[in-house]
Design a protein around this ligand. Structure first.
Ligand code: PLP
Length: 430
């Protein structure tokens, strides 16, 4: 029997200080939007380490503490980014066109067609593509827009994997939806099994989110799992959101994407897929991505973005178009992360349940008590990592599936990663 967790059941648990109180899920139920900050993993990490000095930090060539907590790509983006922005500087003089430039949408659709082997014409750049600053902004607007208002409909549940990218939960709370967290641990291959939910629950779902490759575990959903979620969404009348922002960081061949399974099903109904250049092109500061899918939903999201979205500036869209059209820099980027995972494999061996993930750039390490390890690593070695509990919600009994874990981002260059992991192992072994 599958055990789903709501924000009102167990707790965001595991807090060693006042963040534990502040992050209680009842705060979400009762305090709603105003309590969102307390749930943010980096706000919680900040609170956990506040007042604690980083110990003995620094390794050869690295000044200050070793920052492994954030998935912030450090490989330099290709030079074509800055060159294209400079060549299109006239575009700074105008507001970004709400639905994006035709060329950007063409480039995004062309990339998706090539990458996922879609039939020609399956994606209409004007109807099925909407530029967004990044998947984060797109996901936030899409989730908040897709949840009906209280009293409008009974379908207000949002299915979220646990662990999860915090924006899924934040957006659900912002729209007064009912987030339901499904465990994504070793017993389900680190992915949520939404199909195991009772039919009655599925009928109340507004949105279900699948992240593949997943953050933090790097698990890749199979073709069957993706097709299964699309079919489930159609059967129960909800929107299936696929967060594929790590789709280009893989090691054993390209992961399947929801667009290709939608194409095989013959339509984009109930499907919305999110991509960006943040990880693919090491350009998180560019704020450039897109959503692709069901034309009806694209229209609705466009409507919402026109009220509160920032839009993607024209020079940024020009650079984005150039990046979507180039694969050479993406191959170099994949090699960058493959090197880091080779190092992790060598340094960690079989410690902490290490396994080489299928994609992404995180380690999800079982250290027994993630919060205690985060404090020890910070105070004794000046290493900052994220406790796994901060990416999960506890069940009704108060068990947080992320509690034993820490998340470690392998985003720095090989020398930094090697030195940091050696220090991490030595510290946790001491
Ligand atoms: C799972 C997941 N989704 C979305 C994002 C947002 O990325 P961006 O908005 O830069 O595309 C991140 C960033 O860390 C992430 O880990």
């Amino acid at each position: 029997m599958i055990k789903a967790t709501t924000l009102g059941s167990g707790g965001a648990s595991g807090g060693a200080d006042e963040s534990r109180q502040a992050a209680r899920p009842t705060g979400f139920s009762a305090g709603g939007r105003s309590a969102m900050g307390a749930f943010h993993p980096f706000v919680r990490l900040e609170r956990l380490l506040r007042g604690r000095e980083p110990g003995a930090h620094g390794v050869a060539g690295v000044e200050g503490p070793l920052l492994l907590q954030v998935g912030d790509p450090k490989a330099p983006p290709p030079t074509m980014l800055a060159e294209t922005i400079a060549a299109n500087s006239a575009g700074w003089g105008g507001y970004p066109p709400p639905r994006g430039t035709p060329d950007y949408k063409k480039a995004a659709a062309g990339w998706a067609l090539r990458r996922f082997g879609l039939p020609a014409g399956f994606l209409d750049p004007e109807a099925n593509i909407l530029p967004v600053p990044g998947t984060r902004e797109g996901l936030f607007f899409a989730i908040t827009t897709a949840i009906p208002g209280p009293g409008e409909s009974e379908k207000r549940k949002v299915l979220i994997p646990s662990p999860f990218f915090h924006v899924y939960a934040g957006a659900s709370v912002a729209a007064s939806g009912e987030p339901l967290f499904l465990p994504a641990g070793p017993e389900t291959g680190f992915l949520p099994d939404y199909a195991a939910l009772p039919r009655k629950v599925l009928d109340q779902v507004a949105v279900a989110i699948l992240c593949s490759p997943s953050n933090p575990q790097g698990a890749v959903a199979s073709r069957e799992q993706i097709a299964g979620l699309i079919a489930l969404a159609r059967r129960h009348g909800f929107l299936a959101i696929f967060d594929e922002c790590y789709s280009e960081l893989y090691f054993d061949g390209p992961p399947p994407g929801a667009l290709q399974l939608a194409a095989e099903s013959g339509s984009l109904d109930n499907v919305m897929v999110f991509h960006s250049l943040s990880k693919r092109s090491s350009a998180p500061g560019l704020r450039c991505g897109f959503m692709a899918g069901d034309a009806g939903w694209i229209d609705r999201f466009d409507g919402a973005l026109r009220f509160g979205g920032a839009g993607v500036p024209v020079p940024v869209q020009a650079a984005g178009a150039a990046l979507w059209r180039d694969e050479a820099h993406v191959e170099a980027n994949r090699a960058f992360y493959a090197r880091n995972f080779d190092i992790a494999e060598r340094v960690l061996g079989n410690r902490f349940g290490f396994r080489r993930p299928a994609g992404g750039f995180f380690l999800w390490l079982d250290v027994g008590d993630g919060e205690a390890a985060a404090i020890k690593l910070w105070e004794e070695a000046g290493i900052r990592v994220l406790p796994g509990a901060y990416m999960c919600v506890a069940d009704a009994e108060g068990n947080n599936p992320g509690q034993p874990y820490i998340r470690v981002a392998l985003v720095h260059d090989a020398a930094y990663v090697e030195a940091a992991l050696e220090k991490l192992v030595a510290c946790l072994a001491a």
